[in-house]
Design a protein around this ligand. Sequence first.
Ligand SMILES: C[S@@+](CC[C@H](N)C(=O)[O-])C[C@H]1O[C@@H](n2cnc3c(N)ncnc32)[C@H](O)[C@@H]1O
Length: 297
Amino acid sequence: MGRLRERGPRRPRSRRHHLSSLATPLQPDQQPGRWDGHVAVYELVFEPLTNTLAREAIEALQVGPGMRLLDVGAGAGGAALMAAGLGATVTAVDASPSMARRIEERATSEGVPVAARPMDGAALKFPNGSFDAALSVFGIILFPDPAGALREIGRVLVPGGRVAIVTWTEPHRYELVGRLLAAISTAGTPSPPPAVPPAQLRFREAAEFRALFDRAGFEVERITRSEKALRAPSARWLADRLEFAPGIGDMLAGQGERLPAVRRRFVEDLERDQGMGEIALGAIAFIGLAAAGSATR
Ligand SMILES: C[S@@+](CC[C@H](N)C(=O)[O-])C[C@H]1O[C@@H](n2cnc3c(N)ncnc32)[C@H](O)[C@@H]1O
């Protein structure tokens, strides 16, 4: 403290000012309220892809009748509904009120037992040991403190309860963004790469992903690499529905009056490579399966 004072004029005007200027602002996808405006398009365009990975996570957890399962950052409810269809009693948590409402609607219309709760996944309002297993598909990996959120999951699991976490890897092979950036670079206004990489890429290396479980007191059973594809009826159909999440929505909005040209270019390139009919864009994820150790409580 004394040494800081000695620096006199170079000291920031106030400590509060100093700290706030260091804080990393939350990215659009990290702000649950921003997801409220993307529920229907997310469910239509992107959930079919995340469901293919959720299915693997559900299999890894051996979800079945009688299991009490928690889904954190559940989105529109794809994984939760699938697990409930297998006989589990599912609690789905999402901090976007509109997402939570949509889960409720779908569970009612499908007649499956899912309790949807609008709630911060980093501060679960459940007693210790409430669940047999948990999953989070591209959920806690977005949170400002993913290890804290995973510890919180460990707290509400029974001792030895297992969790499956899904995260992106090999972003250079995430074809949707690759093609979008290519279309922007030829028909739009490219922006410099962000100073901080997207939050959802923090665990793209297996070692970092493993360390997340370690920090939260879980014992990793296995990390599986899974290659999937985002499928759409046509390039045009997808180009008209690219705003399925806050981050990609902001990126496109930033193109201003060049946006129609960017969409056109995206479609032309994709039709040239994959034709006028159904298209498939590759994406690769890790599924981490781990058991709650004694350190999680
Ligand atoms: C990429 S979506 C994933 C949705 C779903 N799990 C899936 O795989 O399709 C991320 C979700 O996390 C939710 N989310 C973000 N921060 C959250 C938080 N702190 N607590 C609970 N949910 C959060 C968002 O509202 C959004 O629905």
